[in-house]
Design a protein around this ligand. Sequence first.
Ligand code: SF4
Length: 354
Amino acid sequence: MSTRTHEILREVMLQEIKTAKEKLGKEMVILGHHYQRDEVIQFADFRGDSLRLARLAAETDARFILFCGVHFMAETADILTAPEQTVILPDPKAGCSMADMVNRDELEEAWELLIDTYGDPPFPITYVNSSAEVKAFVGQHGGMTVTSSNAERIMAYALRERKRIFFLPDQHLGRNTAYRLGIPLEAMKVYNPREMRIEGGEAREDTKVILWKGHCSVHQRFDPVHVRKMREEHPGIRVIVHPECKFETVQEADESGSTEYIIKAIERAPAGTKWAIGTEHNLVYRLAKEHPEQEIYSLNPIVCACYTMNRIDLPHLHESVMNVLNGERKNVIRVPEEIASWAKVAIERMLRLG
Ligand code: SF4
């Protein structure tokens, strides 16, 4: 296809999406995660991180929710919406490698081992970046979900309720947050699901947090060396990273926080501030475009963008919008009721705590 034909096709798609949105009005809402491509996010009625999008999904009365994000987010939206509402994920293959690092069977094995080891059940907490069946397990066992925005508050609450926390699937978010709460690294253990064992020596009574050995393949690639390099090349630069980054990277950075936190930090900073940001590239480059008054760099420009988030592109969005307009139900995300009901318990516990 020639470049000109490609451009014309894109123009047609852009125009058809705009027209369809006008025709559908309040019947359809498009939710877009901050990590989505510009060509997609421009059509989002609301943008946000996982927490904001979960709240928006719970509040909207649109009949169709077109979720531009990844699979676990669309599942959460389905769980929180009424049965007559329909959640659509423009590309059903848009998963999350972190969420895929834990499944219900592995979790049940781990749970038994932890109870055998420590005697009493820990407080299970799952990052929202997990499947509905994992959320359901957590809900059934008295726990709740967290996002990177509220992990600190929820972990503090959990430690008042039980002696220890079982945090999954992102070991880095769990470790970084627990450390901020004053828990020393020696009081944290890692559960290795491949080897079905707790790493790092024998179980100790003073263990406060057991971390599932999972990670985000994008954020794990920001290293302390990148922070040092940025500081050398750009004296005075501030380094801000997402707490899905490794502990050592977060320690070297000036600040860490959720995507909403990062966005607000950039918005509030005086003009002329230099920033190196350690999170997904779509967001970093959008911030650089939207804030020409700041000097913004990716902490590691050779880190790949999130492959699964990027699966949703203009053609996928266009197809989904046209399907809604033409009454075709495709790529609908439906969580079975027996899973959804317990997963909802875990999510609503989180939403109540804030
Ligand atoms: S950035 Fe990481 S955690 Fe987020 S969707 Fe991609 S793989 Fe999953």
